[in-house]
Design a protein around this ligand. Sequence first.
Ligand code: ATP
Ligand code: MG
Length: 357
Amino acid sequence: MKKIILTGDRPTGCLHIGHYVGSLKNRLILQNQGDYDDFFIMIADAQALTDNASNPKKIRDSILNVAIDYLSIGIDPSKVHIFIQSEIKELTELTFYYLNLVTVSRLQRNPTVKQEIKLRGFEESIPVGFLTYPVSQAADITAFKANIIPVGVDQLPMIEQTREIVRSFNRTYGEVLVEPEEVLPENEVCFRLPGLDGNAKMSKSLGNCIYLSDSYEQLKTKVMGMYTDPLHLKVEDPGHTANNPVFTYLDAFACDEDFKKYYPEFKNLDELKKAYEHGGIGDVKIKKFLFEILNNFLEPIRENRKYYEEHLDEVYEILKEGTMYASTLAQKTLTEVKNAMKLNYFDNKQLLEEFKK
Ligand code: ATP
Ligand code: MG
């Protein structure tokens, strides 16, 4: 079976380090392993509109920022097709047919959507588009027959919903669609990176993010102002490392090499955690260490970003080419889907022959 990778992001702002550890890092690993037949990254503008209907400018303004984020971290457009969702009209058509295969109660049970509804204050009146976005996500995935989906853990219910739609479709109309499998980060703390404020998820919509495009100063202000252990009042007090986002970020980003470079009193994170839990290590010191590590990580990304900001025409062409390529494939799948559903009348005159029989 072909190996098709597809994943994407909503253009609701710039990408953050939660995206990096949750999904972008795996995309880079997969890209560099090169063991695939096709690789797509989708900028999900239509999905972003499902909870931003009155703010199309925010979506439009984020398109190039997200594309530049991809390129700056090392996504290589000669290996990966980057495309814009709304430009592929077949995705909307597929969604319309898949909606018949899903019940309202099934959509209401989706735990990620449930949480997002609460967060956005949609309990009283949910936009239909928002409730059904997992179905449109199934269209995005199946249009390319993608079977490898590198995502953060909040996306698991969407992948499950897609598998259900694929099974239902294939059972009802014949084997056309392919079931996807998620690829989660190796390191469990990266499944869902918490926000700067200690919130369970770093998310553009919550404004608690370290962006891949943050400057040295922005990063410093954010890290030094981070939520830590509220019980660790004095340096000598014992500290807690669990549910302490500073330590979660260290879990996600620090390696033994960083200790040699920036914190030679300790050999590794386990040693530092033990010392912090024992008491005697101030939060400022830990935050400064985290800042050094993150700044070192972001520095080359910032450099690359500068290049692409000065070569916007290149970015524009990459998006155009990726979108044209994706469009051709989606057309092919839609034709197969419609044939399976017997929604093809004018390819030949078979409809007339059937009527005469
Ligand atoms: P929004 O708030 O607009 O939904 P978001 O920050 O949740 O934005 P998405 O575009 O919805 O970002 O998610 C894109 C990808 O990044 C998904 O695969 C998602 O699982 C992953 N992701 C997003 N936030 C995190 C996080 N905090 N930790 C790990 N992965 C994440
Ligand atoms: Mg999201």
